[in-house]
Design a protein around this ligand. Sequence first.
Ligand code: ATP
Ligand code: MG
Length: 382
Amino acid sequence: MKFVAEALNLSPIAAKRLEEKNILRQAFIKHPFFADVIEALKLDRKFGEFEEGTLIAKTVDGLEVVRGYPKIKRALTLHPTIKKHFRGEVVLEEKMNGYNVRVVMFGENVYAITRGGFICPYTTEKARMLINSDFFKDHPNLMLCCEAVGEESPFVPKEIYGVKTIDFYVFDIRDRKTNVALPIKEKEKLAEEYGFNLAPILAEVHVSKAHEVAKDVIEELGRKGREGIVIKDPKMKRQPIKYTTSESNCSDLSFAFRFFGEYGKDFMFSRIIREGFQAFEFDERDEEFKRRCLRLGEAILKAMVESIREVKEGRKVYDKMRLRFYDLEVFELFKEHIRRMGVSAEFSEPFEDNGSYVVWFYRYMKSTTDKIDYILRGNLWQ
Ligand code: ATP
Ligand code: MG
């Protein structure tokens, strides 16, 4: 705790307030795999200027602060929202659908921190293999904000990117202590220099035309099953804004209704509202509108009926992910990591595949299973 106050430069009063709030949690598991970290805590909620997910670590190099990735607000309409929030040119970047990872270097090694501020063993193992660490030797104060995407993702597995395993796509490069983001041109230059993948930069347009270009981009991304866009100020001085495709809203809905006992009603409701504003703004009629209605209806019903059928046939409802480890010790660490995150999960035995180990990760959806079973036994909803 004392090192946190020192790292964050808190006055004695602020330090006391932080302690009273009780929002500091352990951020890692002590293990030789994380040899450069002596102690690490993370903020479970925002504190002053420090975002939720901020990591405070005592490392072999001294005290380190890695700021949480800021929340991105959402547009429900492209017009007049883009015009209202930006000036001059805007950049439309693809919003990739994976999980948020901040990559940094402590001591001799690269560390991958997930959104909430945990140092994740699974992600760290892959980051050490895939990210050129020369970048951090040249720029020790910077962090790479990446989306981790691919089929072998423990949190958001997707096939749409053609990544069979998992890979990192940089979307921001920031000062890890101040959270100031580099302008987009500088990000592109560094990505080129160190060989990083970038979240695709799709267009740079004047705000007066941005909503029209964005609409075309969104329709095209939707056809490919992609998630959406983040609209950014080229200098990164203004707050970015996100906007998603209908296909992505529907894929979220399908997931949420498949596991309706586990997902909050707000999650479902917000995605239906998004569809309403998009259908209105895109001025759809007849065929196109009918297609959207069908997509939305199927998203809600199809997967939910499958879950009901599963329970009817005596099976449990669960989500299943394929993972890959290069070191079985990291698998052990990951199991402990998941347990500490409060996720109830089961794992298959690892089987060797090309010098690495494949494991199935099952998340049992107890609430959905129990609710369906209760109803199918003739009980009433309320
Ligand atoms: P929040 O809205 O708080 O950021 P969330 O989990 O609700 O969190 P999302 O709806 O997934 O977030 O949208 C924001 C996230 O999108 C970012 O945290 C980041 O992980 C991801 N992302 C993917 N591509 C980009 C990109 N090009 N620029 C910025 N963020 C991106
Ligand atoms: Mg996301």
